[in-house]
Design a protein around this ligand. Structure first.
Ligand code: SF4
Length: 432
């Protein structure tokens, strides 16, 4: 008997067409598992159009998802542009020799079009070839012939032409409207699925409203009703539509979903897994990403982690600790004490050591202006609290300033990383 998996792939038969001016491959089968390699990998099912000067890739809803130029002026042949569900362009660069993997845990550096806390990368969006694609990709496609070609190819070209920049902008807006807001920050661990997440809000706001935080909103922490969550799931299914089979990762929003009742978290996760049919995604495994605060994490019952660990998800929970030094916490306007931070750090290790399907990562801030006491205290946790190197439980160091790459902060990061006994990376703040 055939599995649902193979049937889904069979419904998307590969078809290749070539003539003098273009080459089209419908339903290419990319990698079915996220991997970390130093060459470009494309995932899931998609279709590819190659013209004399460009390569464009489209998802199963005929929406552009990747693009690159074949011209010599393109920065590097294995770099590319990605269009996100939020309709942002991201330029994936190799980062030259700047140690992208050591810094981010990934081989490619996402260059974003909006201000963020990145310490690496140049200004690729100022490059002419990139600008041409970002501004004119639809005009290039609109000039393609869609008659005189085999029927399925003509129909496909017609379909990709219908997905105009205006329409895609509207669709991104629809995505934000489903939950009522845009995801202004994705968990750092979402890098493991190249940030291809389905966002579902079970709560709004956060507990602390820290002074330093640039991604917070004004909403008081509140829980969404079951009715609201079910509605989001229904509309997300409609929005992701045929391309849903390419997804296997859920982000439970917003900034502190871990503060929601245990039952709500578990019921939602199971419901979403079934509704989004993750068991038959063309991508292997399923991933769950959640943000938590120190208080929600300390209050979370053992049963939550035990049950999450048994679910068919690889779960990543990211906790913002920020500092283990009282003066720094006060400076950041984070209403925590080092005692609470230490308590949370200890609980994080206990779960990471025992729950094979859960990884709890945590964030600390970095900045040239922070005192030595902050870094000394940080070392107490990430170096002195354990006596050997740990394979999981990432420590993310988050530069405080946006739009201000600094060699000094990057140097400090590498120094901290070399001393840390945990996998330690930079937190690059990205929106969806
Ligand atoms: S760091 Fe987290 S808890 Fe603090 S304001 Fe930002 S989102 Fe809220």
């Amino acid at each position: 008997m055939e599995t649902i998996d193979t049937l889904k792939i069979k419904n998307h038969k590969t078809r290749i067409f070539k003539n003098r001016d273009l080459s089209i491959e419908l339903n290419c089968h990319g990698n079915n598992e996220y991997i970390k390699v130093s060459y470009p990998v494309k995932y899931g099912l998609f279709s590819r159009l190659e013209t004399k000067n460009h390569i464009f890739e489209f998802n199963l809803n005929h929406e552009l998802r990747h693009a690159k130029s074949k011209k010599k002026a393109w920065i590097h042949p294995s770099e590319w542009l990605k269009r996100t569900m939020g309709n942002d362009w991201i330029y994936y660069s190799t980062g030259g020799y700047s140690g992208v993997y050591e810094a981010l845990g990934e081989y490619y550096l996402p260059n974003l079009m909006y201000p963020t806390n990145s310490l690496l990368g140049g200004k690729p969006f100022k490059e002419n070839e990139i600008d041409i694609i970002v501004k004119n990709w639809h005009q290039i496609i609109a000039q393609l012939p869609d008659t005189g070609l085999p029927d399925p190819i003509s129909r496909w070209i017609w379909a990709i032409k219908q997905q105009t920049p205006k329409g895609l902008h509207k669709k991104a807006q629809k995505l934000f409207d489903i939950s009522g807001s845009r995801v202004t920050v994705m968990p750092p661990d979402a890098r493991h699925v190249d940030y291809n997440i389905i966002p579902l809000n079970i709560s709004d706001g956060c507990l602390y409203k820290c002074r330093f935080c640039k991604v917070k909103n004004k909403k008081k922490f509140s829980i969404r009703s079951n009715h609201n969550i079910n509605n989001q799931i229904k509309h997300l299914k409609q929005l992701y539509d045929k391309d849903l089979v390419n997804f296997n990762a859920l982000f439970l929003g917003e900034h502190d979903a871990l503060n929601a009742p245990c039952e709500l978290i578990l019921d939602t996760v199971q419901h979403a897994y079934d509704a989004f049919e993750f068991q038959s995604s063309v991508m292997k495994k399923s991933f769950l990403f959640i943000f938590g605060s120190v208080d929600s994490f300390l209050n979370a019952d053992k049963i939550l982690f035990e049950t999450l660990n048994r679910l068919p998800f690889q779960t990543f929970i990211n906790i913002g600790l920020e500092s283990y030094d009282q003066a720094t916490l006060d400076l950041l306007g984070k209403p925590l004490t080092p005692k609470k931070v230490a308590h949370a750090f200890k609980k994080i290790q206990a779960i990471n050591n025992t729950a094979s399907n859960i990884e709890i990562s945590c964030n600390f801030v970095m900045d040239e202006t922070l005192s030595n006491a902050h870094y000394t205290a940080l070392m107490t946790l990430v170096r002195e609290s354990v006596n050997k190197t740990k394979p999981k439980g990432c420590i993310y160091l988050s530069p405080l300033k946006f739009g201000s790459p600094s060699r000094q902060v990057l140097y400090d990061f590498y120094k901290l990383k070399s001393l840390s006994r945990f996998p330690t990376f930079l937190y690059l703040i990205q929106r969806l």
